[in-house]
Write a protein that binds this ligand. Structure first.
Ligand code: C5P
Length: 417
């Protein structure tokens, strides 16, 4: 039966990941053409590098037509280097596949030899590498190849095949390149694995963290005990789960979480402006302990203590509520808005009320009475109130674990879990 013109599993190009296919010089190279077509059908962007001997078996033109991309063959091609250096070529992929992986290419990989484009790309890549060996059975079983295979496996290179059977050279034994369908399966599995571990990939997240500092005059301020540890941990875990994270932080003495863009602010009004500038986003987690009030007037000069004069009276005005503002952002409202309710008593009742009042989706209630040791400590006990089912008390655990759990819940709610 003819194949349907449009396979229902066909995905947009690149949606399934990006593969750099290094085609080695062996008779099995012709199977790569079918492999490229199947990969493309599954939404994988394929970019090919061919060795000089590969071009004796299949033409770069065929690989270019099927991959719908340029095929790279020369290490010292001025045009290639100008458009796409070999380092970029090796990095702009999620996986590198060598097929057919000849005995020569395997040996070069073991020794880090880099005397042509294919071997240079393999030495320069920071991505996982998979090889589909194909060679004469005597070559495959030669002690030199055995040593090379063992070394490459120890280096973390993944193998698919070879299969046993009739060889093009007339001999029988192990050394046939794995069939394209099997290689495709392995490639799909390897491209999917990191996505499963990065369930928030493609989502933008905003996290507020730390206290805000509201000036009384140029030398004095109002602040609170927030250390920023919980907010920073959440930003770090969201980034580890693949989200693109902006962390808007008040003054804290914590290192920036890896992989997170940090915007440093002092006052509540600066924090609000930074959050609004970060929109649109998919999820907001407001973990900052924003000062509810700020001094109404901040003189330019230090307030003086005059002998015999009465103590100055601080007049306070309310700060903007960042969580409520984000929750009411109309068309720019994130799909999920999460707040904290730091309370010293009746945590769940207060959290439930706060969720309704601030119009956010979820609230994490936590006990910040001094005996709980939450402020500045490394552990936390929170209760998640979602409005969907009863409040969920989470066990007392580290702030990092609370953050990890929250990241998973967010992934589940936004359909990436
Ligand atoms: O009203 P309360 O300060 O207890 O609310 C706590 C929640 O509201 C936290 O998520 C906090 O980050 C957020 N909040 C805010 N802006 C404020 C006050 C609180 O985003 N001005």
């Amino acid at each position: 039966m003819d194949e349907p013109l449009l396979d229902p599993r066909v995905l947009a190009d690149g949606a399934g990941g990006r593969l750099l296919l290094v085609i080695g010089g062996g008779i099995a190279a012709y199977k790569c053409l079918e492999l490229i077509r199947r990969l493309k059908d599954r939404g994988i962007a394929v970019r090919c590098v061919m060795t000089r001997s590969a071009a004796q078996f299949v033409t770069p033109l065929s690989a270019a037509a099927l991959s719908v991309d340029k095929v790279y063959t020369e290490l010292f091609s001025l045009t290639d280097e100008a458009e796409m250096g070999h380092i970029r070529l090796s990095r702009e992929a999620d996986l590198v596949l060598v097929a057919p992986a000849t005995a020569d290419l395997l040996a070069k990989m073991v020794h880090g030899q880099a005397d042509d484009l294919a071997s240079t790309v393999l030495l320069a890549t920071d991505k996982p590498v998979m090889v589909a060996p194909a060679m004469n059975p005597m070559m495959w079983n030669h002690p030199a190849t055995r040593r090379n295979v063992a070394q490459l496996k120890a280096d973390g290179v993944a193998f698919v095949g070879p299969d046993a059977g009739d060889m093009a050279c007339g001999e029988v034994g192990s050394g046939r390149m794995a069939e394209p369908a099997r290689i495709l399966e392995e490639v799909l599995e390897r491209l999917a694995a990191p996505r499963r571990q990065r369930p928030l990939a493609g989502l933008r997240a905003l996290v507020t963290s730390g206290p805000t500092r509201e000036p009384i005059d140029p030398v004095r301020f109002i602040m609170n005990h927030s250390s920023g540890k919980q907010g920073h941990a959440i930003a770090g875990e969201l980034a580890a789960a693949g989200a693109d994270v902006i962390l808007v932080s008040g003054p804290v003495s914590l290192p920036d979480p890896p992989g997170v863009r940090v915007v440093r602010v002092e006052t509540a009004r600066e924090m609000l402006a930074a959050c609004q500038a970060a929109l649109p986003i998919d999820v907001a987690v407001c973990a900052a302990a924003v000062a509810d009030w700020r001094p109404a007037h901040t003189p330019e000069q230090k307030i003086k203590k005059e002998a015999g004069a009465a103590a100055p009276v601080l007049q306070l005005v309310e700060n903007p509520d960042i969580l409520s503002t984000i929750s009411a952002a109309g068309p720019q409202r994130p799909r999920l808005v999460i707040g904290f309710a730091a309370e010293t008593e009746n945590v769940v009742a207060q959290a439930t009320r706060k969720r309704a009042r601030k119009n956010c989706d979820w609230i994490l209630g936590n006990d910040v009475s001094p005996s709980a040791g939450t402020f500045g400590g490394d552990s936390n006990q929170v209760t998640l109130v979602t409005g969907d089912g009863p409040p969920e008390p989470w066990p007392a655990t580290s702030k990092r674990e609370v953050a990890r759990r929250l990241a998973l819940r967010i992934a589940g709610a936004l359909g990436h879990g």
